[in-house]
Design a protein around this ligand. Structure first.
Ligand SMILES: Nc1ncnc2c1ncn2[C@@H]1O[C@H](COP(=O)(O)OP(=O)(O)OP(=O)(O)O)[C@@H](O)[C@H]1O
Ligand SMILES: [Mg+2]
Length: 414
């Protein structure tokens, strides 16, 4: 019996990764024998239209890069997760309700080294007729400088639910503190101790796979991920990987990026509620083929094995594993085990070894192909101003060429 699995793509403006992923699925032309069935796979871009809440979707799994800002598909995702068992890589219920703040709290509770963080009442009150009375009775006057003094300078003020560096300020003294707070208006802000770090690490997780990358947040978009291989000790590298997987398994996010600041051998997670991260060719460059392979592996694994999507959280098991009596290392190891269990890590790896052994080769052939070079050129043309086209085409060709040379299976592009 043949079963066809339809992988739906919810896309915004991107063409680069989506076309690469579609092409990879097409070229692989998989037929996987599993559970007495022959499994086949297709992709389709999902369109937006009125929907009957009882309608049956055709998709088995959806990769979403749209619903974080467009709320019609967001509500459709909730419907297909609740009613139709469609597998979503990020749990829409936690992703949309758990902002940075909730993620900080949960990870502090698990014992991670989240920098000291306070939440401040808004500078400008919410517009609600009840506010004046409530504030008069219950809001305590507070001394902002005193709070900052407890945390210590330098510190960061940033929105409790932020993203894309909007409203984030580094603060070195009380004058800046007052000015930033005045400017924050109605946003709820955190004050967070600044970590004096040696290395900024961003780890991208897709399902059971995580890529730990050196990151330079102050550089332009195309130059943030650094091609760098041995920038962490094995132990710190493992810790960073574990932290990302723990966050993801805890919240049921399977397509997420996690930012950690490494000082000596201490790892401080600062930003890890980034579900549906950017995986564009122009951002990920050298790491782009890795992301395409990971997305494919996880989508094929989940659909073939009919992995049930976890809608509910299970925080108590995590809190027990991370018992405060235990050392940091023991808490982390116990949580990492729960993460492995969540991702079904061993089964996943065996599945990939058994059924997707040729993925590396097919991906390398695709990246070396004229088809991909045309896409690269087109992507540069639509991303950068004209006078930079030549420079960036050479830049990305160089990085993807370097990736190809690092692959054991293929010859470098001639
Ligand atoms: N506690 C901290 N210590 C040191 N640097 C920090 C700290 N918090 C934030 N930063 C710096 O500020 C930047 C933005 O902060 P953060 O990642 O929390 O905000 P964001 O709005 O989610 O940004 P982005 O979307 O770029 O990740 C970080 O990339 C880092 O360079
Ligand atoms: Mg960040």
């Amino acid at each position: 019996m043949a079963t066809k699995h339809l992988i739906g793509l919810l896309l915004g403006m991107e063409e680069d990764w989506s076309r690469t992923f579609e092409e990879l699925v097409r070229r692989l032309d998989l037929r996987i024998e599993h559970g007495g069935e022959t499994h086949r796979y297709e992709t389709e871009r999902i369109t937006i239209e009125p929907f009957d809440l009882r309608a049956k979707p055709r998709y088995d799994l959806v990769v979403d890069r749209l619903a974080h800002w467009y709320y019609v598909p967001r509500e459709w995702l909730k419907k297909v997760a609740l009613m139709d068992g469609v597998y979503l890589m990020n749990n829409p219920f936690t992703f949309q309700s758990m902002e940075k703040h909730a993620a900080y709290c949960a990870m502090m509770r698990l014992g991670l080294r989240v920098p000291e963080t306070w939440l401040l009442p808004q500078k400008s009150p919410p517009e609600d007729a009840r506010f004046a009375y409530t504030a008069d009775r219950y809001n305590q006057p507070f001394d902002l400088e005193e709070v900052a003094g407890r945390i210590g300078y330098p510190l960061f003020m940033k929105p409790f639910d932020g993203g894309a560096w909007v409203g984030v300020s580094r603060i070195d003294d009380p004058d800046e503190l007052r000015r930033c707070y005045d400017e924050s208006g109605q946003r709820i802000m955190h004050l967070q101790a600044a970590v004096d770090f040696d290395v900024f690490v961003r780890s991208l997780s897709i399902g059971g796979d995580t890529m730990v990358m050196r990151f330079e947040p102050d550089r332009p978009q195309h130059d943030r991920y650094q091609v760098s291989h041995d920038f962490l000790t094995a132990q710190v590298g493992q810790e960073v990987t574990r932290i990302g997987r723990i966050v993801n398994a805890f919240f049921r996010w399977e397509f997420n990026s996690c930012e950690t600041l490494v000082t000596g051998d201490q790892v401080h997670p600062i930003d890890y509620a980034n579900a549906c991260p950017d995986v564009s060719l122009t951002s990920l460059h050298y790491y782009f083929p890795w992301a395409m392979k990971a997305l494919l592996r996880w989508a094929v694994f989940c659909t073939t094995t009919r992995r049930p999507m976890r809608i509910n959280l299970d925080p108590m098991r995590w809190f027990e594993a991370a018992d405060e009596e235990r050392s940091y290392e023991d808490r982390l190891a116990a949580c990492a085990e729960l993460a492995d269990e969540y991702f079904d890590q061993q089964v996943y790896e065996e599945f990939c070894a058994e059924h997707l052994g040729h993925l590396d080769e097919v991906t390398a052939e695709l990246i070396a192909d004229r088809w991909f070079d045309d896409l690269l050129v087109e992507t540069v043309r639509t991303t950068f101003p004209e006078h930079e086209h030549e420079k960036f085409v050479a830049h990305y060709r160089g990085l993807l060429g370097a990736w190809l040379e690092d692959q054991p299976l293929t010859q470098p592009r001639g």
